[in-house]
Design a protein around this ligand. Structure first.
Ligand code: HGY
Ligand code: MN
Ligand code: MN
Length: 402
């Protein structure tokens, strides 16, 4: 049996980002394709039936007797990353699923229903802008045409990238046959945020996922020459954007429990000696109450319009994705806590495919201790012993659910 750390060590050099640090494994880029091959090899090594479905979701099936696959037990996560991400966000869940299969085999467990390990593409939405794109397509939570037309920074569409990865984009979309095979879904994931270190526990059971959404603000002004344009003659969208970023921070600070982030800002054309003609910035807003999120975005939009007008610019706001707050299936949550002898419950501020699937089937999550709580950063970390404790916990849960 490979320990979780050994499995993660085997992909530790895939997609390292020398500029940002950490890993950049955008969906269907060479790094992520390498990890998809790794998944296939690890699945086949375990005698799991490997399949890629029409939405690009990878499956390793442990078929049980003659029971078919309807209502199977599925576990897994994702292998794509944010730019400069950590080693655990996603891959920990996949490696732990393989390790849990090994443990079940060692325990001589013979499943009475099929068990599958799954990998969902574009969980981070880092390349095509919509998080959990694979699970949204599977469940029909996103229109297939809208998904096909999503573009990356180079203007390549998701349809073109899917085709290049061997997935026919014409078949993207809600997949009821596959949905029928999933009875329950349990995702193990590295903890994101500080919690377990203070609860003195290596493993927690997920309780809720914070509602979250993404909006694009485009500030338009007058592109011009940096040297020949007097300060009084400028309509500089970069100045307006700077005011908007500060206004976003202040608006979120004023709303208890809200989080608002601008992690990505793109001047066009982006020359050192050029006053930008446009600045795009992306807003990530999260709050437990979806109505509060909507009101906060509305306030931000109003302040952005004022800031833009003051600089002689204009601004547009476009929603790119939104997911409401999710509470995991109570019965499944109870089963997991019984299996794990009262492991603590932990809410998460991060989105997950389990949150999208929760809209159509019973899902649950396990979180594994991350001593600093830092994530979406090279400093994301899990102790080797905690990683193995997580795989054992997952095996215990799967055994009880099988
Ligand atoms: O952004 C998120 O919450 C998740 O990591 N995709
Ligand atoms: Mn993740
Ligand atoms: Mn993530």
């Amino acid at each position: 049996m490979d320990s979780v750390s050994a499995l993660l060590d085997s992909i530790a050099d895939v997609g390292r980002d020398a500029t940002r640090g950490g890993y950049s494994r955008g969906v269907y880029t060479s790094a992520e394709l390498t990890l998809r091959t790794w998944f296939e090899e690890e699945a086949r090594r375990r005698g799991l039936a490997f399949e890629t479905d029409r939405n690009g979701i990878l499956w390793g099936w442990w078929d049980a007797g003659s029971g078919g696959r309807t209502g199977s037990l599925v576990t897994g996560s994702h292998v794509d990353s944010v730019p400069g991400g950590g080693a655990y966000d996603g891959p920990l869940g996949v490696a732990s699923a393989f390790a849990a299969v090994d443990i079940l085999r060692e325990r001589g467990i013979r499943p009475n229903r099929a068990l599958a390990v799954a990998v969902f593409p574009e969980e981070e939405g880092s390349r095509f802008g919509v998080p959990c794109l694979g699970s949204r397509l599977l469940t029909g939570a996103i229109d297939a045409d809208a998904a096909r037309n999503l573009t990356d920074a180079d203007g390549l569409t998701f349809a073109e990238a899917s085709r290049a990865a061997g997935i026919d984009p014409a078949h993207l979309g809600r997949d009821d046959d596959t949905l029928r095979t999933i009875g329950d879904f349990v995702e193990l994931h590295v903890e994101q945020g500080r919690g377990l270190i203070d609860l003195d526990s290596a493993v927690a059971v997920g309780s809720t996922i914070l509602g979250h959404g993404r909006w694009r603000l485009s500030v338009s002004g007058q592109g011009n020459h940096a040297g020949t344009t007097l300060m009084a003659d400028r309509a500089d969208p970069m100045i307006a954007a700077a005011q908007i970023v500060l206004a976003i921070r202040n608006a979120a600070r004023a709303e208890d429990g809200a989080r608002a982030t601008v992690g990505r800002l793109q001047p066009v054309p982006g020359g050192t000696n050029v006053i930008a003609s446009r600045v795009d910035l992306w807003l990530d807003v999260r709050h437990a109450d979806d109505a509060v999120t909507a009101a906060l975005v509305e306030r931000i939009h109003g302040q952005a319009q004022k800031a833009a007008a003051f600089e002689g610019c204009s601004v547009s706001l476009t929603m790119e994705s939104q997911s409401g707050t999710v509470s995991f299936d109570p019965a499944l949550q109870r089963t997991l806590r019984n299996s794990l002898k009262g492991a603590p419950l932990l809410p998460t501020g991060a989105g997950h495919d389990a949150g999208v699937l929760a809209g159509v089937l019973p899902t649950a999550m396990l979180f594994i201790r991350n001593p600093t709580g830092v994530s979406h950063s090279p400093e994301e970390f899990v102790e080797r012993d905690d990683a193995d404790a997580g795989a054992t916990a997952l095996a215990d849960v799967l055994e009880d659910l099988l």
